[in-house]
Write a protein that binds this ligand. Structure first.
Ligand SMILES: [Zn+2]
Length: 356
């Protein structure tokens, strides 16, 4: 596994105030006009003036081993459905049966729910322990430990009525290539359903999950709409998760730093950002050390307690925060492939010359 952060020449250039010149938006291929918004360990975040995407440059997606270590535990657990999954299953405009392909299916919690709802399900996930869990725990038969492009090559004749990818797009180094694979798997009028973290959500300070090498892009409703429209999809539903009391309490609590957690744990728990800085051996050792450390279990409980203590204040502020337009974490979207007839419809001129 190569270090995704290993770009010393760029870090040096940034230190001298010389920005890498080839920062090109991975969603629309326009060059980033202005300088970066932020520099993080030699990698810069740009805002695309053309499509509204925020993207990091230069970045590379880490390999399966990185995810297996960074998300340790989550590939061995029956996770509850996420808001994106629930929005899809309740979406009146979404199909209710047919062949469904879930890219980045994780442990298969959504696939299992979709199967129960009547879909004929197939999943693709490059974390092989998650695939094993999906097969053993949920009895899912068609789950492949592959990258989406490899699945596509191996099953070139298969077509699906619906392709889904929840919390996956923001991890992609090449979102356009990823979307092309998804589109190639679809029937002529097939559907896409997805969710991404909403860049416009209410937050305080840094959410370390949202940094490279974990998340490589940040999507707003406008950026997502532009991206799908440009690549031949018609948006049917765009839904921002409303701000909930738990998130409101969490954000308020994050704004209140007490140092209690670090003093109990003896060592600040590593974030994904910290893990990104380590080589694979260091990362393994850090995760192992902390998972067996009693102080960390206590620290985790204290964080929950502190969040819980913020609940009354969050409940009091929630109507005001919602009124101000603050939203929750998830951005859900349902789209459908435009057929040839709708390509002639108003607004279709924005579609790039059939690149996808
Ligand atoms: Zn762009």
């Amino acid at each position: 596994m190569g270090s995704p952060q290993g770009k010393p020449e760029v870090a040096e250039a940034a230190g001298r105030g010389v920005w890498p010149t080839q920062a090109v938006c991975p969603a629309c291929d326009e060059a980033a006009g202005a300088g970066p918004l932020e520099v993080f360990h030699g990698v810069s975040r740009y805002a695309c003036a053309a499509c509204d995407l925020h993207f990091w440059h230069p970045v590379a997606m880490p390999d399966a081993a990185w995810y297996e270590t960074a998300y340790q535990g989550r590939d061995q657990t029956a996770m509850p459905l996420e808001p994106g999954h629930r929005f899809f299953l309740a979406d009146p405009k979404a199909p209710k049966r047919g062949r469904l392909l879930d890219l980045g299916c994780g442990t298969g919690n959504f696939l299992s729910a979709a199967r129960d709802a009547g879909f004929d399900v197939t999943g693709v996930e490059f974390n092989s322990s998650a695939v094993r869990f999906a097969r053993e725990h949920y009895g899912l038969e068609r789950v492949f430990a592959q990258r989406p492009e490899d699945f596509r090559s191996a099953h070139a004749n298969e077509q699906f009525d619906l392709v889904t990818f929840f919390e996956v797009l923001e991890h992609q180094e090449h979102p356009q290539q990823f979307l092309k694979v998804a589109k190639d798997c679809l029937t002529a009028e097939g559907f896409l359903a997805l969710s991404v973290p909403n860049r416009d959500r209410w937050q305080k300070g840094v959410e370390s999950l949202d940094y490279p090498p974990n998340h490589l892009t940040r999507w707003s409703p406008r950026a997502l709409r532009n991206f799908l429209d440009r690549n031949g999809f018609e948006i049917l539903t765009m839904r921002q998760e409303p701000l909930g009391i738990r998130r409101a309490a969490g954000v308020l609590s994050a704004g209140l730093r007490t140092g209690l957690v670090s003093s109990v744990a003896g060592e600040r728990p590593p974030t994904l950002t910290d893990l990104a800085e380590m080589n694979p051996d260091e990362m393994q050792r850090a995760v192992k050390r902390l998972s067996g450390h009693p102080g960390h279990a206590l620290a985790a409980r204290l964080v929950r307690l502190k969040n819980f203590a913020m609940m009354p204040l969050a409940a009091l502020l929630l109507p005001y925060l919602r009124l101000r337009g603050y939203t929750g974490l998830y951005l859900y979207c349902l789209a459908r492939r435009k057929n040839l007839a709708s390509r002639e419809a108003p607004g279709a001129g924005k579609i790039s010359g059939g690149a996808m």
